[in-house]
Write a protein that binds this ligand. Structure first.
Ligand code: ADP
Ligand code: MG
Length: 697
């Protein structure tokens, strides 16, 4: 059966369906309603209380008109039956509803009624056309043959690029498909029984023609579970077959360098989190298998020390390491602090970035190939170019959220398959971590080094600027240092530069007694390096910068972060920026300069920043504001896109899926038993796709 075999699907409509990812009748059955109208009890309008009850009413549209201006603009469509009137009100999608709601038409409203003065109103009710056929003039009898139950509403005409595919037509087609096709079950029967889920075929009926909200709910949960279960089966299988079998270099030598670093060089005690992360790494690198570990810890939690520890362990066993950073500035900084700490131990640390002089570079490459360069710090140029190592044993990616899954995969396969450690300060909720990093084990640093004082954060206005400057002056007098950051506007790098450059001029004039520096992405590596060096050593007191300092930069004496146009930054970005301060013993401050014009979201972001310094809470808030896709950048991050499940709201179901996936694979590791034939047939191609994605073979 093809789509066009279904009465009413013309080639043009077939094309529109294809564009929405519907290619077969079975796909059509998997196109779920976007809402339901409960028509089991249609009420008389005269009987409504208007106390917020959820109801369905039917009648004729007595009037449709726009009213109000600007932000208050809305569409009002009054529905009338023999007993009274109720006003439907729309604040969004006005032009669409203006076209689709016509005076004189018979419609049903489904939604929450409230009484305002004399009027009963429903804000954004679901609307069901009762009399209209499709706009080509054919009547769709489906609407008229007395749907009296819970009626599904599908994405209609707009969604399908104006090919006059209405919700009513879809309903008719889908019911036809359900009558003619059978849908094979592939989840194991005992599992369905245990979870009390309907069979696939039955579940589809419950989705498209539910007898009760309860049925619909059970069916939807079953489909969510189905995709989460497949996903978890793949996670467990990949870990077991690919990662855990990947051989790795054994690093178990006794450790002169590691020992001296931790016992003699390091001026402070490790935190519990740092110790346990180092313990995890040690276990990994002695196991004979390749390490694939994520180190998560809030900004300032001291991940760099852990990275150093890992690289020294490699060195003690005769291996080279790389430490990769997303920006040149961060690479430079790591290079300097590593050199300072490790050169006295006889460790040769080298820096590899773009645009280095040829002679230097040649020398560098030959040291790397010859093995005399022990630790190579650099930008992602390290993996992109074909640089040959003598014996690469450890590869570390800092601020890994700036890199994609594929870069991690590239590293994994480099040279002698080095151990991989990726570090991130974006503390994401567990369910997301599980999905996003399903090719990694995770260590988490939960504590901060002792003595840190929470950073005091305030949103300030342009009118407060003189006060802000006075405060800066006080801090400078007291020996502190200041960052002033301007936003990066993607469309116009030139604009940013202008902002930062102008800010620099203004600040230099404002604080003539203190040296001010300017830092931006267009400077050469040498220029950037010299500015950062002067800021680190407190010769430069105020650093005016674009967002190039967003990640990783560590100058513990800096105690104020001023963010200009703070309303333009995302939450995670603000948290990262703020994290440039509060790294030492000083009480630190983050001042968010906000313009007058702010969206509701911007206000909420700035409010969150004032309320909390907990990176985890901030990440959750950010995730809620932006959704998982934007939060992580779906494409680059490799976040799986679930069709029915939602990682934010279905975390519990994800746990259930994981538990059951683990259990099943324990009893039948390759899904060999005949009862699992159907599952296996679905799972094999699914797993193949996943492997492709994580570039595992
Ligand atoms: P992040 O996790 O953000 O990369 P860093 O590694 O840059 O953090 O460390 C932040 C600062 O804290 C650095 O100045 C570092 O020297 C210092 N630090 C790290 N660990 C400790 C510790 N255990 N005790 C005291 N200070 C520490
Ligand atoms: Mg860091």
């Amino acid at each position: 059966m093809n789509l066009t075999n279904i009465s009413g699907i013309s080639p043009a409509r077939e094309k529109a369906l294809n564009q929405a990812g519907i290619f077969t009748p079975a796909d059509l059955a998997l196109f779920f309603p976007r809402a339901y109208i409960d028509r089991r009890t249609v009420l008389r309008i005269g009987s409504l209380q208007g106390a917020g009850e959820k109801v369905t009413v039917t009648g004729t549209l007595a009037s449709v008109r726009e009213s109000g201006f600007g932000r208050k603009k809305r569409l009002e469509a009054v529905l009338q039956d023999e007993t009274g009137m109720v006003k439907g009100v729309w604040f969004k999608g006005l032009s669409y509803f203006k076209k689709s709601l016509k005076q004189g038409e018979q419609v049903a409203y489904y939604g929450t009624v409230k009484r305002y003065g004399r009027y009963l109103t429903m804000a954004h009710p679901e609307v069901e056309q009762l009399s209209a056929g499709d706009e080509n003039g054919h009547n769709t009898s489906v609407n008229e043959d007395g749907f009296t139950g819970i009626v599904p509403v599908y994405h209609g005409n707009q969604f399908f690029k104006k090919t006059y595919i209405t919700s009513g037509l879809l309903r008719k087609w889908i019911l036809t498909v359900l009558d003619q096709l059978s849908f094979q079950e592939f989840l194991p029967e005992p599992l369905l029984k245990q979870l009390n889920y309907p069979l696939r075929e039955e579940a589809l009926r419950w989705i498209h023609a539910p007898q009760s909200p309860k049925q619909h709910h059970a069916a939807l949960e079953r489909f969510k579970f189905e995709e989460l279960f497949l996903f978890e089966l793949s996670v467990v299988t990949l870990k077991r077959d690919v990662l855990e079998k990947a051989p790795g270099n054994v690093m178990a030598e006794t450790r002169p360098a590691t020992h001296r670093f931790f016992k003699e060089t390091l001026p402070f005690e490790l935190t519990e989190g740092q110790k346990s992360a180092l313990g995890d790494i040690k276990k990994d690198i002695r196991s004979g298998k390749q390490m694939n570990r994520l180190l998560q810890g809030d900004v300032g939690s001291g991940k760099t020390i852990v990275a150093i520890g890992a690289m020294l362990m490699a060195l003690d066993s005769g291996y080279q390491s790389v430490l990769m950073a997303p920006t040149e500035i961060l690479a430079e900084q790591h290079y300097h602090s590593l050199s300072r700490w490790l050169n006295p131990l006889g460790v040769n640390v080298r820096l590899l970035v773009g645009n280095q002089k040829k002679a230097l570079r040649d020398d560098l490459l030959s040291d790397i190939a010859g093995g005399t360069a022990h630790i190579v710090v650099g930008t992602h140029a390290i993996i992109q170019e074909s640089i040959r190592f003598h014996r690469l044993g450890m590869a570390i990616i800092d601020e890994q959220h700036r890199f994609g899954v594929s870069q991690r995969a590239l590293l994994r396969e480099k040279g002698d398959r080095p151990h991989i450690l990726v570090m991130s300060a974006t503390p994401i909720p567990r369910s997301l971590a599980m999905t996003l990093y399903s090719d990694l084990d995770v260590s988490i640093i939960r504590d901060l080094p002792p003595g840190r004082k929470p950073i005091i954060t305030r949103v300030v206005r342009e009118a407060d600027r003189p006060k802000v400057y006075r405060f800066i002056e006080e801090q400078l007098q007291d020996g502190g240092q200041v960052y002033i950051v301007y936003p990066l506007i993607e469309e116009s790098e030139a604009m940013d530069l202008k902002n930062a450059t102008e800010g620099f001029r203004q600040i230099s004039a404002e604080f003539p007694d203190h040296r001010t520096g300017l830092l931006h992405g267009r400077m050469t590596a040498t220029e950037k390096e010299s500015i950062m060096r002067d800021f680190s050593s407190n010769r430069i007191r105020i650093l005016v910068s674009t967002t190039v300092i967003e990640v990783g930069v560590d100058v513990p004496n800096a105690s104020i972060m001023v963010v200009e146009h703070a309303e333009r930054f995302g939450l995670s970005q603000l948290h990262q920026l703020r994290g440039r301060t509060g790294r030492g013993q000083r009480q630190s401050y983050c001042l968010l300069m906000a313009g007058v014009k702010q969206s509701k979201e911007a206000r909420s972001r700035l409010g969150t920043m004032e309320e909390t310094t907990d990176g985890f809470k901030i990440a959750e808030a950010d995730l809620k504001l932006r959704g998982p896709g934007d939060f992580l950048g779906t494409r680059q991050s490799g976040l799986p896109e679930f069709r029915y499940a939602d990682l934010l709201n279905d975390q519990f179901l994800l746990e259930v899926a994981k538990e059951n996936a683990v259990k099943l694979l324990q009893t039948d590791p390759d899904l060999q038993s005949p009862e699992l034939n159907a599952l296996r047939r679905v799972f094999i191609p699914y797993l193949r796709e996943k492997k492709k994605f994580f570039r595992m073979s």
